[in-house]
Write a protein that binds this ligand. Structure first.
Ligand SMILES: Cc1cc2nc3c(=O)[nH]c(=O)nc-3n(C[C@H](O)[C@H](O)[C@H](O)COP(=O)(O)O)c2cc1C
Length: 332
């Protein structure tokens, strides 16, 4: 029996990829991740926003009158970007030297202004692939779907033109035409799509009247969204699909592969259970495969996807109609 996977044209020894997070920022942790059996790692994203914020805070701190000419701005612009990028590129370089599993770099972007520059450097540093994390909250009252979607395709096209390593796109599910949109993304020439990203959400501290983060880590129940969409989309895209959000244990890996996932990404479960938990997850998958006499993941991949189902409508059921008829959900 083996757990081998092909993802983005890369050979992975297992379907568990550790997703972009602070788990993947240091070489020590990356080595532990590899030792625990992960198939690949996605490094912590370098954020366009992060660079911009750092740039802004330095400008605000400094006395601008001492630097009246524009050269001052250019200097900081150049230096800060260099420092961030240098550290990131060094991590890619060191990770490639120390690990035998694929190292996927990650860039978070909300616009297309700086991408070619990042992407080329990342490829030169030795990354096996690039995952791009694309999302802006659709909170602008003047921004139409068409404009939002066009930005995505502009970014993808710019990156695909700039580099030759595989590119995957990490998406949210906030699209009115999600199935059609993912299909268009897949047709744009990307090598993979990550279903789905999970975001920071604010809560209210009602004593201090301030915003505070909430539910930073996912629950296993959060997997329902990626499981449904993986089931609906798999077998219909021209690129690989990897599940992300709520994959917490071996059973959830099995479910996503039954839905048609090429592989899965895991983050919150490792924050909760430790990096070593990857080997428990893989053990659970192997035990289940043994019980069901499967030799490889291909033996059952997509078996429960919508395209393979005799009852495809069940995957599209969204209303609770049946539950109103059921005694189980009555209060008395
Ligand atoms: C602390 C933390 C940091 C994260 N940082 C990033 C990041 O830099 N880039 C990114 O694309 N996703 C980031 N994510 C999102 C994860 O990669 C992942 O998509 C999300 O947590 C859902 O997977 P999970 O349910 O296994 O946690 C982060 C998540 C957490 C919890």
């Amino acid at each position: 029996m083996d757990l081998l996977v092909n993802y983005l044209g890369l050979k992975l020894k297992s379907p568990v990829v550790v997703g972009s997070s602070s788990l993947t920022t240091s070489l020590d942790r990356l080595k532990k991740i590899e030792a625990a059996g992960a198939g690949a790692v996605v490094l912590k994203s370098i954020f366009e926003e992060e660079i911009y914020n750092e740039y802004r805070s330095i400008l605000e701190k400094d006395n601008k009158e001492e630097h009246p000419d524009l050269g001052y701005l250019d200097y900081y612009d150049y230096k800060i970007k260099e420092d961030n990028i240098k550290a990131y590129l060094q991590l890619i370089h060191d990770a490639k030297a120390a690990l035998s599993i694929p190292v996927i770099a990650s860039v978070n972007c909300v616009s297309s202004w700086e991408w070619n520059f990042f992407a080329k450097k990342i490829q030169e540093a030795g990354a096996d692939a690039l995952e791009i994390n694309l999302f802006t909250l659709p909170s602008d009252f003047n921004l139409t779907c068409e404009k939002v979607e066009n930005t995505y395709f502009r970014i993808i096209n710019n990156i695909k033109k700039a580099i030759t390593i595989p590119v995957s796109v990490k998406l949210s599910y906030y699209f009115a035409d999600l199935a059609a949109f993912v299909k268009r993304i897949s047709d744009s020439g990307v090598d993979g799509v990550v279903l789905f990203n999970r975001f920071f959400h604010p809560d209210f501290d009602i004593e201090n009247f301030s915003l505070v983060p909430t539910n930073v880590l996912s629950q296993d129940s959060d997997m329902a969204i990626s499981l449904r969409w993986m089931s609906i989309l798999s077998g219909r895209m021209g690129c690989d699909l990897i599940a992300s959000t709520g994959v917490h244990d071996g059973a959830s890996v099995i479910k996503e592969i039954l839905a048609g996932a090429d592989a899965v990404q895991v983050v919150s479960s490792l924050y909760k259970n430790g990096i070593e938990y990857i080997s428990d997850i893989l053990q659970e998958v192997k035990a289940w495969m043994e019980k069901h006499e499967f030799e490889s993941l291909d033996d059952f991949r997509g078996r429960m996807s919508q395209v393979s189902s005799p009852n495809p409508d069940e995957y599209e059921r969204v209303q609770f109609m049946r539950y109103f008829e059921s005694k189980k959900y009555d209060l008395d």
